[in-house]
Design a protein around this ligand. Structure first.
Ligand code: TRP
Length: 443
């Protein structure tokens, strides 16, 4: 099959931002922030985005567009086949992320259902917490939603790059954005909400521990879809006229904005309603249904919100499945259809275990973690940062500087504003920072 490109500039940004913006911003970021010291975490997170995320985002888009192939093929086609290992690790990482991500995405479908059947009305915080605990530990119901979600993802990936991915992202991302703004306003105006603002924006520096820094780094990689070749794959669909520097800046900026908005929508409400900010993965699912009860027309808002959250998750799972599909298709010469279906079935099996590990199988732990947490932690706090390190070293030290410049400037047609900064970050700061964060953990 001939490779198709994203159709327009807006389409590129919508697709890449669609990959980045997802459950990572609205589900994972707030709960990590709540558990890891609030404002202090936010501050370290922003530093990670600037020093690690942004340069690696550009590096991945650059490698992808230069290589015009899947995650492993890209390294071969730019003449550095040994660096293919980044791609293999990336494909593995895609499977592992999908394994738990689709479980959470399934929860969002359950919550659409609960919103439609008006199950949030008149419930106290304790009731909502109990309802979540009951649902997420059940053996069958979450698995059905998870499998449905994997199926939908597979369907869109098969509809092809332009039709499926681009069109849906272009319309729905802006709507989600507006809805988040409304939620922010409501949350901020709840009595007692200001305490949440202080929690977010008055960092307590004594809370910055090695664990907080590692979590913030992991969250930055996770949220920006970096370190495992997702943006390499999407970069390969970007046409040669696009300004990659701008695209990297815009996608990184949008993703961070959505994460911060999600935090502003959630934390004032958390404090106003007396919810524990360190609640964990259920934080969003307990807090926001509660907020909807305090909004006129909350019934409709709740349905709209959980539908958009599902769709934000979908544009992310699409990108993860696309990494695997493009790889199997180009490297193993499987038809795209076959590749996507085989990958989806494997993911569903992982998803079954991830889901059961929260209920039926919760006594079986690996290194003290449920299978669900293991997938989450091993990818975000280990595989992705290692992948990011390798990508930074590759761009900073191995890839010929002239070729990099030519690719970024579209063969000299664009004036590069930040090339020197990026090159410096990729060569020294980004790799050293990742290493330092790992070493800090070990000591
Ligand atoms: N970034 C997405 C989110 O925030 C999830 C995601 C999509 C992802 N593709 C990825 C995470 C690749 C890591 C790597 O929800």
């Amino acid at each position: 099959m001939a490779r198709t490109n994203f159709g327009s500039k807006l389409g590129i940004i919508a697709a890449a931002a669609g990959s980045a913006v997802g459950l990572g911003n609205i589900w994972r970021f707030p709960y990590e922030l709540g558990q890891q010291g609030g404002g202090a975490f936010l501050l370290v997170y922003i530093l990670c985005v600037l020093l690690l995320g942004l340069p690696i985002m550009l590096a991945e888009l650059l490698i992808g567009r230069m290589g015009q192939h899947n995650v492993t093929g890209a390294f071969r086609s730019i003449g550095h086949p040994r660096w293919r290992f980044i791609g293999y690790a990336g494909v593995l990482c895609s499977f592992l992320i999908m394994g738990f991500y689709c479980v959470v995405a399934g929860w969002t479908i359950e919550y659409i259902w609960q919103a439609i059947t008006n199950q949030f009305a008149d419930k106290s915080t304790a009731d909502l917490a109990a309802a979540f605990a009951d649902f997420s530990t059940r053996p069958i119901r979450p698995i059905i939603w998870m499998v449905l979600f994997v199926g939908i993802t597979c369907y869109v990936v098969l509809a092809g790059v332009q039709n499926g991915i681009e069109k849906s992202a272009k319309i729905l991302m802006p709507v989600l954005f507006v809805l988040l703004l409304v939620l922010c306003l409501r949350s901020l105006t709840l009595p007692g909400g200001l305490e949440g603002v202080a929690f977010l924006f008055q960092p307590d520096f004594s809370k910055i521990t090695p664990e907080v820094v590692l979590s913030a780094m992991g969250q930055a990689f996770f949220s920006l879809s970096l370190g495992m070749g997702c943006m390499i794959t999407y970069g390969s669909y970007i046409d040669k006229k696009n300004n990659l520097e701008h695209t990297a800046l815009q996608v990184t900026g949008l993703d961070t904005l959505v994460a911060v908005l999600a935090a502003i929508a959630i934390f004032p409400a958390v404090f106003a309603l007396g919810i524990n900010p360190a609640q964990g993965p259920e934080l969003v699912f307990i807090t926001l249904p509660n907020v909807f009860a305090h909004i006129p027309g909350g019934y409709i808002w709740a349905i709209a919100f959980f539908m958009l959250l599902s769709i934000a998750a979908l544009t992310s799972t699409i990108s993860l499945l696309e990494v695997i599909t493009a790889f199997m298709n180009e490297e193993w010469k499987l038809p795209r259809r076959k590749a996507a279906i085989i990958a989806s079935c494997t993911i569903a099996v992982l998803g079954v275990f991830a889901s059961l590990s929260l209920g039926l199988l919760k006594d079986y732990t690996i290194a003290g973690m449920s299978f669900f947490d293991l997938l989450d932690n091993f990818t975000a706090k280990f595989l992705m940062p290692i992948g990011g390190l390798a990508i930074a070293v590759f761009c900073g030290w191995v890839l010929d500087r002239k070729r990099m410049e030519a690719e970024l400037s579209n063969e000299g047609k664009l004036k590069l504003k930040y090339l020197k900064v990026f090159a410096f970050l990729l060569k020294y700061i980004t790799p050293l920072a990742i290493l330092a964060i790992f070493i800090d953990q070990l000591m």
